[in-house]
Design a binder for this molecule. Structure first.
Ligand SMILES: *Cc1c(COP(=O)(O)O)cnc(C)c1O
Length: 362
């Protein structure tokens, strides 16, 4: 891995804020308080039969303005894998982008939990699938020898920090409907997309034709946990059993569910996402002006991708900055989080300007 880890969390020489991932950030204070409140009600039933979990599920239904089914799991790989498994038979296939997390970063989880449903890769600019690419994938083969396409999986916001517009989502859902495909959304950074588009969350989910959303909480400020939201209730049949079998049913469920109240109350989830998005924009503006730096994708959410001179990458790592260099076509990925400060963005940009001018002089 090309991400460098400081030798100890308090290593004095390493900058404390990092751009490696939004999961480097801690727990946001509102969530911490919600966690403590959930601990203050003494004994509660386990496995989701508690009042907190019921309440958070109702809050999700309020948020999306529809009678959806809501489940909580520990992480995004499980959310995606189990959601896809519930949409597919083993002989089905899932159309997804070449850069999608389910393809590149889940260790075959979706295939494993679906007992073999195949991922069919399609391309598209800026990490986004297009109706044409999906149609081409569906119609390429219709014979018995090929795994039958059953699902389109989209990532919103995408793995390269871009965002599907409402119109793009509707066009994809229309193609999916025409070919009898279900639509899954990997929303590990759903909040960042809602904040970027400034739309009601229903507008980019069920009102646009999305059947299942994996709603990410971890990168938005939770300690752990993602919600799987089924907008078509019949697709959630027996999902609770899948969750349990996969080892994803938390026995002290209230500590996975109740922290969501810290995000949902007062729209903290959107406040956190707007902040992360704004920091990415600031970072982009600061580094795009540096000679030798090439910003790769339009930063619409909380990520900035940039090609940096190799000596500059090494020099930044030596200065203690951590970020990934193997994600997305040779570029460096810089992620902003709910707690990224302007000062850290500016220090990073100043350091980068410095090392780039040195590497140009050599
Ligand atoms: C982080 C992330 C996930 C979830 O990953 P886990 O490590 O399994 O929690 C899923 N999809 C995308 C696009 C992500 O960035």
């Amino acid at each position: 891995m090309s991400v460098q880890t400081p030798t100890a969390p308090d290593a004095a020489s390493a900058p404390r804020e990092q751009f490696a991932s939004d999961n480097c950030a801690g727990i946001c204070p509102e969530v911490m308080r919600a966690f403590e409140r959930a601990n203050g009600t003494g004994h509660e039933p386990g496995y989701g039969d508690d009042g907190w979990t019921q309440h958070v599920c109702d809050r999700m239904r309020d948020l999306f303005e529809t009678d959806c089914e809501v489940f909580f799991v520990f992480n995004g790989t499980a959310a995606n894998s189990l959601a896809l498994a519930s949409l597919c038979q083993s002989y089905h296939s899932v159309i997804c982008h070449t850069l999608s997390h389910i393809e590149t970063d889940e260790c075959g989880g979706p295939e494993f939990f679906s007992n073999g449903s195949k991922l069919l890769l399609a391309d598209g600019a800026d990490g986004k699938l297009t109706p044409d690419a999906i149609a081409a994938r569906v119609t390429a083969r219709t014979d018995i020898h090929y795994p039958k396409p059953k699902v389109v999986s989209l990532t919103q916001s995408t793995e390269v920090g871009t965002v599907y517009s409402v119109e793009e989502l509707r066009a994809i859902a229309a193609i999916a409907k025409r070919h009898d495909l279900r639509v899954h959304m990997d929303g590990a950074r759903f909040a960042n997309a809602v904040a970027a588009l400034d739309v009601h969350p229903s507008e980019i989910t069920w009102r646009a034709g999305i059947d299942v959303l994996c709603f990410g909480g971890t990168k938005n400020g939770l300690p752990v946990g993602e919600a799987v939201v089924f907008f078509k209730k019949e697709l959630a049949e027996d999902f609770a059993y899948r969750v349990k079998q996969a080892g994803q049913l938390c026995s002290k469920m209230r500590f996975i569910s109740a922290p969501w109240l810290g995000l949902l109350d007062d729209d903290v989830w959107l406040k956190n996402a707007r902040h992360a998005n704004a920091m990415a924009l600031r970072l982009r503006q600061r580094i795009a002006a540096i000679p030798g730096v090439e910003v790769l994708f339009p930063p619409q959410a909380n990520a900035v991708f940039a090609r940096l001179p190799r000596p500059a990458v090494d020099a930044m790592h030596k200065l203690g900055w951590t970020f990934y260099t193997f994600i997305a076509a040779g570029g460096c990925r810089l992620m902003c989080a709910w707690d990224t400060t302007e000062a850290a963005v500016d220090r990073f940009a100043d350091d980068l300007a410095d090392v780039c001018s040195k590497s140009a002089a050599e």
